[in-house]
Design a protein. Structure first.
Length: 359
């Protein structure tokens, strides 16, 4: 693991040199984890040359000393102390131009006042460009998260029935994933039944699932901090012709994207493939979100598979492919997989069945 952490840190420092930055301040917890292997740091100061400095509170100090790699660990009492100690170190190292990933306005103003001769530059994209392409250690974790997620959805297929409340089905899915090794859920589980399945982010309620319902299930497991994301839609009982038509349309759009997805394809072009097919079947106005998004330490990361993103996908990107159709007052269908982009194609990491009818 440490060899991967060293490679990530080296890649970031190379980016600093290319950008003409003398140092970099990391505040996002996932970014700190990505670079040090430790979750729970307050700030990480990375000079372009020399030792990196991780600042932690007392509750995490012993754990950080044991876990964090490629940095010195420093104890701080309060957040304000951290910022002033960083300012002192920046001055001591004579860093003239310092980038950062994210920063609260109040912190920025405080540091700008304390470091009047230092240029503070927002450079969040430096880390995102690294995090977008997963290394082998990350992919190992994501494959396991995807396996756990797929097993959770298989449990849903075995469990869903009329009379069961949405939150009861969600609990069965989450228990199955936990029992098999998930650290928890990647996001709040969605089980939206009946007319509620037309809400893309419908959560789950105490509504009882009924015969004839569409049930939209959207779940994700978490393994060693990495996440997966998977949606399936099932009909309880025999699906109606309209339910079948919508499901077949979404499934076809999903498959068409998987067939063209590879390194070099523009994100907006992947979105256009799904959107064009769904529009051609008369449902264009009911596909109300982007085709997908990146997944990793966060459940929603770059790159976005959206109409606006004209960047080409890169081998090692892990993205969701999730076309959907949502008809208010009737119900909705989404089919989603977590997918690894390869040089010559794509690998589906989530593998649950696509069946519409389960009862």
């Amino acid at each position: 693991m440490n060899s991967f952490l060293k490679a990530r840190m080296a890649a970031l420092k190379a980016s600093l040199r290319e950008e003409g930055l003398d140092g970099y301040i990391v505040s996002n917890e996932a970014n700190i984890l990505y670079l040090t292997g430790f979750l729970g740091g307050v700030r990480l100061l990375i000079p372009e040359e020399g030792e990196n400095h991780l600042y932690v509170y007392g509750v995490n100090y012993e754990s950080a000393k044991r876990t964090a790699k490629n940095c010195g660990v420093e104890l701080v009492e309060r957040r304000g102390d951290t910022d002033m100690r960083i300012a002192d170190l920046v001055r001591g190292l004579r860093l003239g131009r310092v980038g950062f990933d994210i920063m609260e306005a109040s912190v920025y103003l405080k540091l700008a006042e304390a470091l009047k001769d230092v240029r503070l530059n927002p450079r969040g994209k430096l880390l995102w460009r690294l995090r977008e392409v997963k290394d082998e250690e990350e992919l190992k974790c994501m494959r396991r998260a995807a396996e756990l997620t797929s097993e959770g959805v298989k449990t849903a297929f075995e469990t869903v029935r009329s009379g069961l409340r949405e939150y009861e089905l969600a609990a069965e899915i989450e228990y199955a994933m936990r029992r098999m090794g998930s650290e928890g859920v990647a996001f709040d589980t969605i089980v939206a039944s009946g007319v509620r399945s037309a809400f893309p982010h419908g959560g789950c309620t105490d509504r009882k699932i009924r015969k004839g319902d569409l049930v939209l299930i959207d779940v994700g497991a978490k393994y060693r901090h990495y996440r997966a994301d998977l949606s399936r839609t099932v009909a309880v009982g025999k699906p109606s012709p309209e339910q079948k038509k919508i499901h077949e349309t979404v499934r076809e759009a999903h498959q068409k994207v998987l067939e063209i997805l590879r390194a070099g394809v523009k994100a907006c072009d992947a979105d256009a493939v799904a959107r064009g097919l769904i529009s051609g079947k008369g449902y264009g106005g009911y596909f109300v979100h982007s085709l997908g998004h990146g997944v990793g330490l966060d459940v929603q990361e770059p790159p976005a598979l959206s109409q606006e993103n004209e960047e080409a996908l890169r081998a090692g990107n892990v993205v969701t492919v999730e076309p959907g159709i949502y008809l208010a007052g009737f119900g909705g269908v989404r089919v989603e997989d977590t997918v690894l982009v390869l040089e010559d194609g794509a690998e589906r990491l989530t593998t649950a069945p696509y069946a519409l009818e389960v009862e």
